[in-house]
Design a protein around this ligand. Structure first.
Ligand code: SF4
Ligand code: SF4
Length: 237
């Protein structure tokens, strides 16, 4: 294999940085690192030429998620002011337990044509992306955008988030009450009501496509499955 195309995901440096960044203490507590320090740790894994070669596939398919450390003020008013700028959405991640479902709320750069509260939708481009790339400096970019690491895998260009979904869940957990209050502030509705309305709209969109094209995508099938689960757990009807 061309040495330039060897996987970085197997190498020791990548594994060590991944192990370190998936520890909660890196982000919270008295020994937490600053965002600048985390960026420094990630620098050896950045690869602008691979991103140029790829042309922004990540940004063309979804906005990137923020971590709490991306915001100086995580109070209701602090996050409200940021959300009012128009390029961020509150998103949801349903987590299914044996007998109940929990809707975790996160924050992500807004996708093209999507609202400020965007719980259920097919993926589309980040509204900030342009053919010239991301308008943010690396310091201002949402953390998960910086933590998306490009490299080759089996000879093909690939990308992996270096932190797992569980770190996103852990770090946003204590801000759930604030995010719920913001959903209510911006929509005048509860999380459950917004989910119901967006599920109704999405199912109509998918049904219309199926009727006209005769098939739906793998992503749409996954969303139908997710909505069925939400229905089975009684979260939507
Ligand atoms: S981070 Fe990955 S998907 Fe995004 S532009 Fe770079 S190589 Fe492409
Ligand atoms: S904020 Fe920047 S890096 Fe993140 S998805 Fe949008 S254009 Fe891409």
């Amino acid at each position: 294999m061309n040495s330039k195309k060897e996987s970085i995901f197997e190498n020791k440096r990548y594994q060590e940085i991944r192990e370190e960044l998936n520890r909660e203490e890196v982000f919270v507590g008295k020994n937490a690192l600053t965002k600048a320090e985390i960026i420094q740790k990630l620098m050896p894994l950045q690869n602008k030429s691979l991103c140029a070669e790829c042309g922004g596939s990540c940004c063309k398919h979804n906005g990137c998620s923020y971590l709490p450390m991306d915001f100086q003020d995580l109070s209701f008013n602090g996050l409200k002011t940021k959300l009012e700028k128009g390029y961020i959405s509150i998103i949801s991640q349903p987590v299914f337990y044996e007998k109940h479902v929990k809707i975790l709320l996160y924050v992500r750069t807004r996708n093209e044509g999507r609202p400020i509260v965007d719980f259920l939708s097919t993926k589309r481009a980040c509204r900030l992306w342009t053919p010239n790339g991301c308008p943010f400096s690396i310091e201002d970019r949402p953390s998960l955008g910086i933590m998306c690491i490009p490299g080759y895998e089996n000879g093909n260009l690939s990308c992996h988030p270096i932190v797992t979904d569980s770190i996103l869940e852990t770090l946003w957990y204590k801000h759930q009450k604030t995010l719920k209050a913001l959903v209510s502030h911006f929509t005048g509705k509860t999380v459950q009501k917004v989910m119901q309305e967006q599920a109704d709209a999405l199912i109509r969109q998918i049904y219309t496509k199926q009727m006209s094209v005769g098939m739906i995508s793998a992503e749409e099938r996954e969303l139908v499955f997710l909505m069925e689960n939400l229905r089975n757990y009684g979260f939507i009807v």
